[in-house]
Design a protein around this ligand. Sequence first.
Ligand SMILES: NC(=O)c1ccc[n+]([C@@H]2O[C@H](COP(=O)([O-])OP(=O)(O)OC[C@H]3O[C@@H](n4cnc5c(N)ncnc54)[C@H](O)[C@@H]3O)[C@@H](O)[C@H]2O)c1
Length: 316
Amino acid sequence: MKILVTGGAGFIGSHLVDRFLAEGYEVVCLDNLSAGTMENLSSALKSRAFKFIKGDIRRSGDILKAAAECEAIFHFAANPEVRLGIPREHFENNILGTFNVLEVMRKLDIKDIVFASSSTVYGDATVIPTPEDYAPLKPISVYGASKLSCEALISAYAHIYGFKGLALRYANIVGPRLRHGVIYDFINKLKKNPRVLEILGDGTQRKSYLYIDDAVDATLHIWRKHKKGFDAFNIGSDDSITVLEIAKIVVEAMRLSNVKFYTTGGVNGGRGWKGDVKFMQLSIEKLKNTGWRPRYNSRQAVELTARALVKELGVK
Ligand SMILES: NC(=O)c1ccc[n+]([C@@H]2O[C@H](COP(=O)([O-])OP(=O)(O)OC[C@H]3O[C@@H](n4cnc5c(N)ncnc54)[C@H](O)[C@@H]3O)[C@@H](O)[C@H]2O)c1
């Protein structure tokens, strides 16, 4: 079976590519390398079952070329930055890009899509752990809004054109090759100044983290279980960790001492930035009921990642 992974040169996408190749699939990766790197694909590029296409999901022609003869699309290309940037970038890379992917699927009669959605579709949920049927969904970031829009499009295409569509609402996924988010940010700040660490917000933001190996396992597991129509699944761990605890883990991984933490205080009650969800813990009961359990909890996921990134980023 031949699979297209959009965003396959990025963090999650490249791990997914590696897993598919290890399991004997043929894989095509479409990525514009805006954030992803060929280095992430260094192992995949050795395989004859792998093909890399440099292209952009904002251009249908690029997707058409990449998706030829593929039977399923794992759609992971996006602007993954939750912090407010340029709203149009989220619209074009995420919403328009997903629309283009769906249109190509319709043209090529590809009927299977797995979409990288996000916990941010829930906004400030009042039920925690938050289950998939929580409503109303009121994203508080343009990123979250873009992911929810994509889910809605996939649901409609699944209904009208008989696609099998999965929206996987990931918690914070972390691991080797990660190049955005709080762990990466802390390491870079401490590399520049190992004495002081600026923490955005009040440090009490509490969120759930899942290690990349678990995330890839869960993704393939639920893809194999899901038989028809559209469905959404939360993918996360069973607990959460605060930003302040993450700061301490990073300091330890970098073998630093006497680091002074400085919190900016943040906005809207201690959030890192406008649009930052302060407490995120997904209910993973629906996923567990299909027979899957995470191997690592949030703390372990962060510890493993901090150690791996310290090595990758060449911290002395
Ligand atoms: N990492 C997380 O914690 C997390 C959580 C929830 C959802 N997600 C989603 O998972 C997916 C992968 O995230 P990631 O953390 O691996 O980020 P990433 O930036 O490492 O990967 C995204 C990849 O998409 C590529 N890309 C971006 N715009 C593109 C475009 N227009 N055309 C072609 N390629 C393009 C980038 O070059 C990059 O390789 C994203 O959709 C993201 O929103 C990630």
